[in-house]
Design a protein around this ligand. Sequence first.
Ligand SMILES: NCc1[nH]cc(CCC(=O)O)c1CC(=O)O
Length: 326
Amino acid sequence: MTEFSNETRAAAEESAAAPASGPIRIGTRGSQLAVTQTTWAAEQIAAAAGRPFEIVRVTTHGDVSRASLSSLGGQGVFATELREALLAGECELVVHSLKDLPTAKAPGMELAAFPEREDRRDALCSAGGAKGLGVMELPAGAKVGTGSPRRVAELKAIRPDLDIHDLRGNVDSRLGRVTSGELDAVILACAGLERLGRTDAITERLDLDRFPTAPGQGCLGIETRDGETAIAATIDNRNSRLEVLCERQVLRTLDAGCSAPLGVNCHVNGTTIECVASVFSLDGTRRIDARGSRELSADEATFAEAEALGAELARELLSEGASTLL
Ligand SMILES: NCc1[nH]cc(CCC(=O)O)c1CC(=O)O
């Protein structure tokens, strides 16, 4: 008799499941940004549930490795260990920066909430902060730091003269490369700077036409075990969900990794959803755009429509030769 009895199975499920009364345990990477944004989400989830919360810090390969992000290669360097902690029952929820999360569904887990989005734009942070030089004002050959192939391509497209340096580390150390005088400017996501209260460092919020940003940038993704989404669903935002499902579907259909020189921005305007997707050559000399829109409906099918729009734009990019750039 090797089969579990019903009692044994029920007991096993109970021990893995969230204790309904104790604190809601919420997993996060250990960086200051990750803990800050996780706490922001946790406070709202816990308030809606009428329960306390506890933040569980999980160290991930992406945090430990000093290698360039683009050389780490594999997708989801930040996500894997968080998901292992979730499946192991060390926490009930994990909070991801959506742009770092691969598009493939993780077995046994689902994305329960996409909260309201922060500013999705990239920020140029020059010496002098708010009073510093904008991207077109930087002197010829100025040193600009970024570790993102997309940001490199977008910078080179408008300023091929710039001297671009690879950049890693947390937000403070990246900004420190400018205050130390080592670099003239760095590019960071506005969202991270806002969450950390460092908008003083922003010189220019880069426009989305020339600097389209990563799928899901500025949005968190809250993941739970399958069937346990209710606790996080209280902070799901309908427009965020529509936009990021569309943007991530472009990435999924292109089959490109999170470091591809791809910018995608989807916006919900009233009852219309609009999206622009752009692929760049690494040197910024070539760019392919696809754009489209759909009317939204009030029912659940509208989320599938948002994804269909993303898939359509990706196929258009491919038919125009995007695979030669990716
Ligand atoms: N790849 C790193 C990363 N992942 C998420 C953010 C913050 C912004 C966001 O949540 O989209 C950042 C930092 C950055 O790009 O400057």
